[in-house]
Design a protein around this ligand. Structure first.
Ligand SMILES: [Fe+2]
Ligand SMILES: [Fe+2]
Length: 456
């Protein structure tokens, strides 16, 4: 087989020359042209095995070239070199059948990897570039997080469907790249509400696992992808079920769904936290769905209290998801028993679960001290009537105040539903309002009431 030929199309002369030199060094033949009209001519004369094109060019664009190639030379793969400013074009290009994308600026090793991949796959089983990624490896971040000007230090991806074939993720910006705020506003106006990041990249940013400074020390997930996928899908379906029961706005529904999905993907991507969540699932269906529900309510409260960043909301969601992990050390017949039915001795044992949970999480995982403290404090009450340490208001960490409100709401809601009482949401809401003056943190109660009455 002869040397492979690559056609490079870019109006930026410097960039064209640099990419041309790289491609030559890799042993390919190349022709570099400065626009789509020249490229169309070049295809006939040069007969390239692959086309590498810029997206934005002054006259015709990379998308125009892609359409031309798909119509006239469908067998020739075409790679688009894109920037964050070409994000909407990337959606279009993916639909039109671009083989791959290279987010500018890219390293020569990235270029080489994608050229080799596409050229070898075009010889074997087309269509090239139709490699689908595991959806559980990415999490969705609200575009508002970028509007607030936060630099995520994560590469940013867009997700291309269709869902039934599995999604495809396209990198549109590198970690730490300056994201133009005006572009973000444009995307938002055009209805793009989310971007995606790799779960792995996002972990450090979230600060859930602050002690995990060096990513290289991260334990590999030993469980199979299948086992992880089952736990993720069971948890996501519970999230949906619980959300359906709540009288909340569509916006709150979508928001919490997105935060919780990202949280579940993140939690299950780490060996130790996977084990925690799995043990809750194994413990009892009741405890597991309660944990999911508390995580939902806590996230709704945090959002309504203007704890607005995705990272903080995910931290709240995670702490709430595992708040009752200490129950796995209780005797099995106590796990699902109502407190009102427990004997004095059983109550004494039950009240050890926050301390047990704190120890399990601090000893076995890399969660931040704040998450561990929240588990320890989730049954403390503002007037000192809680357990295990009878702490008073300011001694209880704020994250635990939020979980406490969510937990009380959840218990009352679950009780009303299982007793088939009418208006369980109203009753559970009245229950937390009745505890607002002395036991629960009032701003968190108000926040949940506002969400449930559609004021937020
Ligand atoms: Fe608890
Ligand atoms: Fe609980």
């Amino acid at each position: 087989m002869g040397t492979k030929k690559i056609l490079i199309v870019d109006d930026d002369q410097d960039f064209r020359e640099i990419v041309g030199a790289c491609v030559k060094k890799m042993g390919y033949d190349m022709l570099a042209v400065n626009g789509v009209a020249q490229a169309k001519q070049g295809i006939g004369l040069f007969e390239p095995h692959l086309i590498l094109t810029d997206t934005q060019m002054p006259e015709e664009t990379g998308i125009d070239l892609l359409k031309h190639v798909k119509a006239n030379h469908p067998e020739t793969p075409i790679i688009l070199m894109t920037g964050f400013s070409d994000l909407l074009d990337s959606f279009k290009a993916a639909e039109l059948g671009a083989s791959a994308f290279l987010a500018k600026p890219f390293r020569d090793t990235e270029l080489q990897e994608v050229l080799e991949r596409i050229l070898s796959s075009s010889e074997k089983t087309p269509p090239a570039g139709e490699t689908f990624t595991d959806d559980n490896d990415y999490c969705q971040i609200a575009i508002d997080d970028f509007v607030s000007g936060r630099n995520l230090q994560c590469s940013i991806f867009i997700r291309i469907g269709p869902a039934d074939k599995g999604f495809r993720y396209i990198k549109v910006a590198h970690a730490g790249e300056d994201i133009a705020m005006d572009r973000i506003h444009v995307y938002k106006q055009k209805g793009l509400m989310h971007l995606h990041v790799r779960v792995e990249d996002f972990r450090a940013y979230i600060g859930l696992m602050e002690r995990l400074v060096n990513a290289a020390q991260k334990p590999q997930l030993k469980v199979s992808a299948d086992k992880r996928a089952k736990l993720v899908s069971h948890t996501l379906s519970l999230i949906n079920q619980e959300l359906m029961d709540l009288p909340i706005s569509d916006e709150s529904f979508d928001h919490v769904n997105s935060i919780l999905s990202a949280t579940v993907k993140l939690v299950t991507s780490d060996e130790d936290s996977f084990e925690l969540l799995k043990s809750l699932e194994n413990l009892s269906e009741q405890v597991f769905s309660h944990s999911v529900a508390v995580s939902i309510y806590s996230t709704l409260i945090a959002k309504a209290m203007d704890w607005s960043s995705t990272a903080i909301q995910m931290k709240v969601a995670t702490a709430a998801l595992i708040h009752d992990i200490g129950k796995r050390q209780l005797p099995p017949d106590l796990v699902d028993k109502r407190r009102s039915k427990m004997t004095a001795e059983e109550l004494r044992l039950y009240e050890t679960h926050p301390q047990r949970g704190f120890e399990i999480v601090s000893d076995n995982t890399r969660y931040s001290p704040e998450v561990c403290q929240a588990i320890l404090h989730h049954h403390e009450r503002m007037n000192g009537s809680g357990f295990p340490n009878h702490l008073m208001s300011s001694k209880i960490i704020r994250l635990a105040n939020i979980i406490a409100v969510a937990d009380e709401f959840a218990h009352e809601f679950e009780k009303c539903k299982s007793d088939k009482q009418e208006f369980p949401v109203v009753r559970a809401t009245q229950h937390i309002i009745s505890m607002k003056s002395d036991r629960l943190y009032a701003p968190a109660v108000d926040a949940l009431v506002d969400v449930l009455t559609n004021k937020k």
